[in-house]
Design a protein around this ligand. Structure first.
Ligand code: ASP
Length: 415
């Protein structure tokens, strides 16, 4: 059986098993403490820990070797500007569609009994961070210790650029980096072979702990987010593929399956970076030198799905608190949601925390966030898949426009 089928079957099995536990076996001390919190949590956490362990070293060496191989600062600058502009453009489209769709929905008052405590993260300090300055590391080792992807990315771009200026004098350093790159890639392959078990455990755990009943009071909000995510996934990506490239739209979607399952299970763009890079290189034929730059960048700043959730949530909470949004508020939400999604870390639940930035701007009480937490876990899985699909789409478009994409691989529907 091929890998995709195995992962798909584990995903379905995980959802079914988790739902059965939730409906028929909980509350039960043995199931909760042994089956869920010991077996499922250990398998799923181990997988995420291993992925996180490899992300920073992988980004660090693959960016440096990528930049050294591009060997031209002008090309690098052009690639950066194109990629960033498209990332931002798709996010603005995403949030605009989210607001338009939300304005068509009439929300009824909901039962405040769904109030849930906020996670520990310090909302105020998250939302007040200066996003531009925070991408530069004051201390590279601190960035490594904190697991700060964007700061490691910036530092690696800096080293790579400097190294390509003195390439002839540092050939041994470059050789070491290239060898490390090979080793880290092999480590990624080992970790990924563990995916079917991890996907089963991740989904079983989530569906066991998260009953479907939390959906009911928030069903309209939930469905609005899901529908906008689907609209963006189906229409926006097809449209920009058509407008900005000659790439086959059908092949783009048909190769996304595994990646969607993977990101759905991890709910983390960051933890998915090693896997996304593999898929983008092996299935879509994007050159490693570009994929290793564009995918970590996208995983950190391009969050279309997150922006959609944030737009719908702001609209929903405004109706809930009886706040009338005027045209200026819509613009404020579009700008702030774009900035907030850029500043959102690619980790589970980060998007709901950053929602506070938008709510503050339009005067919606922050406590509103607690209303949404019950359904946020499920929405997080879906929006993370959209976030990463967006990264993949833009990476393919820019790569094809710069001849950094192997069309044979892209068009081969068997790989
Ligand atoms: N989990 C999302 C991601 O990693 C971020 C979010 O919470 O929206 O892409």
């Amino acid at each position: 059986m091929d890998f995709t089928k195995k992962v798909l079957i584990s995903m379905l099995a995980g959802i079914v098993f988790g739902t059965i536990l939730n409906l028929f076996f909980l509350p039960n001390l043995f199931i909760e403490s042994f089956v869920i919190n010991t077996i499922l949590v250990t398998i799923s956490s181990l997988f995420l820990i291993l992925l996180k362990m490899i992300v920073l070293p992988l980004i660090f060496v693959s960016i440096i070797s990528g930049i050294v191989s591009i060997n031209d600062v002008g090309t690098l600058g052009r690639l950066g500007v194109k990629t960033l502009s498209l990332y931002i453009m798709t996010t603005v489209i995403a949030i605009t569609v989210a607001l338009l769709a939300s304005s068509l929905v009439s929300y009824d008052p909901i039962d405040t009994a769904v109030n849930i405590a906020l996670p520990d993260t310090d909302i105020a300090s998250e939302s007040q961070r200066n996003i531009l300055l925070s991408i530069f590391p004051e201390n590279f080792f601190a960035a490594l210790v904190d697991g700060n992807v964007i700061q490691v990315l910036v530092f690696a771009i800096f080293i790579g650029t400097a190294a390509s200026y003195v390439k002839d004098q540092v050939s041994e350093f470059i050789k070491i980096i290239e060898n490390l790159n090979k080793i880290f890639n092999q480590m990624v392959m080992f970790i990924i072979s563990f995916t079917p078990f991890a996907v089963f455990a991740l989904l079983a755990k989530t569906f066991a702990l998260q009953g479907i009943d939390v959906l009911i009071p928030l069903i309209k909000y939930f469905l609005t987010v899901v529908i906008v995510l689907l609209i963006h996934f189906i229409f926006t990506y097809s449209l920009i593929l058509k407008l900005f490239s000659n790439l086959s739209i059908k092949n783009f979607y048909s190769k996304l399956k595994e990646l969607i399952i993977f990101t759905f299970s991890t709910s983390s763009s960051n933890a998915s970076i090693p896997y996304t890079m593999k898929i983008v290189e092996n299935k879509y034929g994007v050159k490693k030198s570009f994929a290793s730059f564009s995918i970590p960048l996208g995983a950190t700043i391009n969050m279309d799905g997150t922006a959609i959730m944030q737009g719908c949530a702001a609209f929903f909470l405004a109706s809930y608190y009886g706040i009338d949004l005027v045209f200026m508020d819509f613009l404020t939400i579009i700008v702030t949601a774009t900035v907030a999604s850029i500043g959102t870390a690619g980790i589970p639940s980060a998007g709901i925390i950053m929602l506070s930035l938008i709510l503050t701007q339009v005067g919606i009480p922050l406590e509103g966030i607690t209303l949404l937490l019950g359904v946020d876990r499920l929405l997080d899985m879906m929006r993370t898949s959209i976030n990463v699909s967006g990264d993949t789409c833009i990476t393919c478009i820019v790569a094809s426009s710069e001849k950094l994409l192997d069309l044979k691989k892209y068009n081969n529907s068997n790989n």
